[in-house]
Design a protein around this ligand. Structure first.
Ligand code: SAM
Length: 432
């Protein structure tokens, strides 16, 4: 059989990028990508374990692949965070799996395939990062890892276990990757890390703000985004870099997790509600047009109705443009389950519904306020819902679907007159 691979990805942007790296290194070895697992000689599942639901999906997928393995010669590899977390247990639970490889080994796939190694869940000192082979799916956008791992140890979070301690890439290495991406036509760059703003160059100790400025100043970077920032790592240098570079997106995802200082302390988030609001105010003073988004967890052990009300009042106070919210899910080896009594599942579900209802109202009000305005939009491609229209994002990261000349080049910046606020997006027409 010719060398073909199928890759399925769950989870965050870091996992997406890991799949792009795995895919690139396979193409370099003569593999061809296929969209049907039945035609693949190698199947990779790049998994997520941030919540229990994501993790159980992996095992039900593996169950389905058992039959395929019985029928023909195919290699099956489990990669990503479930691989790191479960290690050898995956092989005992699903012995038809050929190898298990954690996120620290993405740069070492070749050796695993060549050497027949079955378990690779260490965090090698030499994190190989061959950026020239990343198989980027978008012709206009490049994601670039600047820091891996997380040192924060929030009591609910599995990330420090699955992605290890923080390791920042050298400053010049990141700049070289961005230059290469720009040379290949990518005009939008997204810097990635689980705690992206904890970045420190391992040799010069330059911080995230310095890196953000240096990347923003590379010729050809039309838009610069980054994900995910930790509130306790926001500093003046980061705020100044955002303020002083017009190509840095006016968007900041700043996960708060709860509006109650009591719960934040139990989560070990390293800030109080007041400190978080103070940080946001500093950012808003410097960049008044900023669009804030966030993550909330509801039903954290011991969360009372009063704690939850404080999350709702924080949403009212900040008026986030958008947010993600999740029911708390206990993760193996984390401290949270010992911290307080579990919240009844029905209560947590009901809190989640109330939280989303409040955010829906605020988001609609915010989206409506754009009607009639002409906004610069970076053109990304055809609209997902209506291929006769184009789609792109504003400086403050709203998705806009709009009517325009279909020959408009991807990656160009266009003025779009907004005529409608839709569910989570805007609609408009190219302004002539
Ligand atoms: N590193 C980032 C941070 O610290 O804010 C985000 C990482 S995580 C991939 C994305 C979101 O998943 C978190 O911000 C949190 O809201 C949610 N999450 C993490 N662990 C969770 C858990 N055990 N149960 C429910 N949601 C969780």
């Amino acid at each position: 059989m010719s060398k073909t691979y199928f890759i399925e990805t769950w989870g965050c942007q870091m996992n997406d990028l890991d799949s792009q790296r795995l895919s690139g290194s396979l193409k370099l070895r003569g593999y061809r990508r296929v969209d049907d697992e039945r035609q693949a000689s190698l199947i990779l599942l790049n998994t997520c374990s941030i919540r229990e639901k994501a993790e159980s999906k992996v095992f039900s997928r593996l169950g389905a692949l058992r039959e395929l393995k019985a029928q023909r010669d195919v290699l099956i590899g489990v990669c990503g965070c479930v691989a790191q977390q479960e290690g050898e247990k995956i092989l005992s639970r699903a012995p038809w799996v050929d190898f298990v490889m954690g996120p620290g080994n993405v740069g070492h796939l070749d050796e695993i395939l060549a050497g027949g190694k079955t378990i690779a869940i260490d965090f090698p000192e030499d994190r190989r990062y061959d950026y020239l082979t990343v198989d980027r799916p978008s012709p206009t956008k490049a994601q670039v890892t600047i820091i891996e791992g997380c040192n924060k140890n929030c009591t609910f979070c599995i990330v420090p276990t699955t992605r290890g301690r923080e390791v920042s890439r050298p400053f010049e290495d990141v700049l070289a990757e961005v230059r290469a991406a720009v040379d290949s036509g990518r005009v939008e760059v997204e810097l990635l890390g689980q705690t992206v703003n904890a970045y420190r160059c391992p040799t010069s100790r330059r911080d995230f703000g310095a890196l953000l400025s240096a990347v923003a100043e590379i010729d050809g970077v039309r838009r610069l985004r980054f994900m995910t920032s930790h509130p306790a790592e926001v500093n003046d240098s980061m705020i100044a870099a955002m303020r002083d570079h017009a190509n840095v997106s006016r968007y900041l995802h700043l996960p708060v997790q709860s509006g109650s200082s009591r719960i934040l302390r139990r989560m070990k988030r390293l800030y109080t509600r007041e400190k978080y609001l103070e940080t946001m105010n500093r950012i808003r003073e410097a960049i008044p047009e900023i669009h804030f988004s966030t993550d909330f967890i509801v039903g954290f052990p011991g969360e009372t109705e009063d704690d939850f009300q404080q999350s709702l009042s924080l949403i009212e106070e900040v008026r986030y443009g958008s947010l993600f919210a999740f029911k708390y899910s206990p993760r193996p080896g984390t401290a949270a389950p010992r911290i307080g009594p579990p919240v009844d599942d029905a209560v947590a579900a009901e809190r989640l519904t109330r939280l989303f209802a409040l955010q829906e109202r605020i988001q609609q009000e915010r989206l409506q306020s754009y009607r009639g305005k002409i906004l610069p939009v970076l053109v990304e491609g055809p609209s997902k819902h209506d291929p006769t229209m184009l789609s792109g994002r504003t400086d403050d990261n709203w998705v806009v679907n709009f009517v325009a000349d279909p020959a408009t080049p991807l990656g160009s910046m266009l003025g779009v007159r907004i005529d409608q606020a839709q569910h989570h997006t805007l609609r408009g027409e190219a302004a002539t």
